[in-house]
Design a protein. Structure first.
Length: 228
């Protein structure tokens, strides 16, 4: 346990030291080398903690943002908020806790073909972090549909936010509200179709197949899993 804590401490020090460099040099090998020098972490240990270099730094920064969002959300009283407003607040907290230039650098990196799958996985992870923090208890196909829908909303909002120059990002939050309203309209349409006898009969086959889908069960401790 002591060795694990020591490694986590070293990883945090390297990531923290990388932030000022990444804003200018991107999430790159240059940034990692500078961060290792600044953090005084042994190069061999740093390479073991970030074996792919800059891309691992970018991933670590993204996951750190997810953790900070969950912490901020847990400290907020949500009882007076509608569910859609809780989701919106979670995304707002996630972006407010991020550095725009560092996110821009990360977005450029994850837009590259060789890293696109990694970027998509991180966005999905953020959507999952939001739903989990809000107490989502779905175990069927809804588990996937909720995260897929929120992934699309989050990705679109990030892109809008990166170019937003309005005061206090007011335009971004208005954009987010519109996207969430679209989602709520879609959910209402789904509910009305389920209540319609004709639509219900037409969808009996597909819905039966979807009903067999189950959410993945967490398996902590497996190698390769992110610390979310």
């Amino acid at each position: 346990m002591e060795q694990e804590n020591s490694m986590e401490s070293a990883k945090s020090r390297i990531l923290e030291a990388s932030l000022g460099h990444a804003a200018f040099d991107g999430w790159s090998e240059v940034t990692l080398k500078a961060a290792l020098d600044d953090s005084a972490v042994a190069p061999a240990l740093g390479r073991a903690l970030f074996p792919r270099g800059g891309i691992d730094l970018a991933v670590a920064y993204h996951l750190q943002g997810d953790r900070a969002m969950r912490t901020a959300l847990a400290a907020t009283d949500l009882t007076a908020l509608r569910y859609s407003d809780r989701v919106g607040l979670a995304i707002k907290l996630r972006l407010q806790g991020a550095d725009k230039e560092l996110v821009r650098r990360g977005s450029a990196l994850f837009a590259l073909p060789q890293h696109a799958a990694e970027g998509a996985r991180l966005i999905w992870g953020t959507a999952d972090a939001v739903w989990t923090a809000l107490g989502d208890s779905s175990v069927d196909f809804n588990w996937y549909s909720k995260r897929a829908t929120l992934s699309a909303v989050y990705a679109a909002t990030v892109l809008f936010w990166l170019g937003d120059q309005s005061e206090d990002e007011a335009d971004t939050w208005a954009f987010l509200d519109r996207r969430l309203e679209n989602v709520m309209q879609f959910e209402k349409t789904k509910a009305s179709l389920r209540a319609n006898p004709v639509a219900k009969a037409l969808m009996a086959g597909p819905l039966a197949l979807l009903g067999r889908i189950r959410a993945p069960q967490p398996q902590p401790g497996l190698p390769g899993q992110n610390d979310l």
